[in-house]
Design a protein around this ligand. Structure first.
Ligand code: PEP
Ligand code: MN
Length: 334
């Protein structure tokens, strides 16, 4: 349920109302926008008398929110959420460019790629240290050592680092990571999501291979309901009957999620297609479709990459693409 307050309500009256609602055992999410204050009521609102609340002179309107997601619901929070990572802002008109290799392999590799993507305009560095691989015989990532190499690349370039967490038991290794990625395969690892809710770092939450938008939002809800509002959603393609691409990029997810939630929405055209030459057109389409940013795999030597070489752009290809992205941004931002 949401309660929209009238403009210019006295602080004392507002506090009284909030206390009264809390006394009914409800959690209250307060959103102070430029034009209105919205109180989001979380919990069992079935016994709340809507008419009584609506009759109060400080209340403009009361609406039931039928969706099961509350904290990430745009109705609770009409203004776009802006996630801040150091100086980098994501959402609310701020576009983020995350780029880097699928996996961290060596210091030379990650530092070289970091410098190259930064020069092309990337404002965050990605790189997997813990890799969720389909086969147990494939390269599983450098784990803790990979995180150390990412920190070196951050020191060299100033780029904040984004890397995937797979298990709650590794959380202590992520204290100095800027953004924790929850990969597609872990989107519904609810214990992990709950833990990340109290970890206090921005979370990049990727859509599962076969998950609906509602399920994605319910996973964001786990993190937010546990106390962490800093969630970035990522559309990375879903499993369909497409035979020539790794996944199917669900572009309509961008405007649909935009309606449903105030959280930033970014797109991963690399995992969505699995083919490097398809990455630029999909990156441009996602930008035109209103995404708040892109996460793109870039490798300095894709032919010898330990993971996902086929979908990795070379630094010069990323450079050319980023110029085109900027041009599209100029049109979309108008
Ligand atoms: C990744 O970003 O390296 C990754 C494994 O992505 P996803 O979880 O979307 O497959
Ligand atoms: Mn990858």
């Amino acid at each position: 349920m949401i309660v929209v307050l009238k403009q210019g309500v006295q602080e004392e009256r507002r506090a009284q109302l909030i206390e009264w609602l809390k006394a009914m055992g409800l959690g209250i999410h307060i959103s102070d926008g430029d034009y209105q204050t919205v109180l989001g009521l979380i919990g069992d609102t079935s016994k709340v008398d809507m008419d009584l609340i609506e009759s109060l002179d400080i209340v403009d309107s009361v609406k039931r929110v039928t969706e099961p997601f509350k904290c990430c619901n745009r109705k609770f929070h009409p203004d776009d959420m802006i996630v801040e990572v150091g100086d980098v802002k994501i959402g609310g008109g701020n576009f983020c460019m995350i780029a880097g290799p699928c996996s961290v392999e060596t210091e030379e590799q990650i530092v070289e790629v970091a410098k190259a993507v930064k020069a092309s305009g990337a404002n965050m560095l990605r790189g997997g240290a813990f890799k969720p691989r389909t086969s147990p015989y494939d390269f599983q990532g450098l784990k803790g050592q990979g995180i150390e190499l990412l920190k070196i690349a951050r020191q060299e370039t100033g780029l904040p680092i984004v890397t995937e967490i797979m298990s709650v038991s590794d959380l202590h290794l992520f204290e100095d990571v800027d953004v924790l990625q929850v990969g597609a395969r872990n989107m519904q690892n609810f214990d992990l999501l709950r833990e990340l809710g109290s970890f206090g770092k921005p979370i990049l939450l990727k859509r599962g291979l076969a998950n609906t938008l509602k399920e994605l939002l319910m996973s964001a809800e786990y993190i937010m309901a546990s106390g962490n509002e800093q969630v970035i959603l990522c559309e990375r393609g879903i499993r369909t009957f497409s035979d020539y691409t790794r996944n199917t990029l669900d572009l309509a997810a961008i405007p649909m999620l935009r309606e449903l939630t105030h959280l930033p929405i970014i797109v991963d055209p690399s995992h969505a297609t699995g083919i490097a030459r398809l990455v630029p057109p999909m990156a441009l389409a996602a930008t035109a479709g209103g995404a708040d940013g892109l996460i793109i795999e870039v490798h300095n030597d894709p032919m010898h990459a330990l993971c996902d070489g086929a979908q990795s752009l070379r630094p010069e290809e990323y450079d050319a693409l980023s110029k085109q992205i900027m041009s599209i941004r100029e049109v979309v931002a108008k």
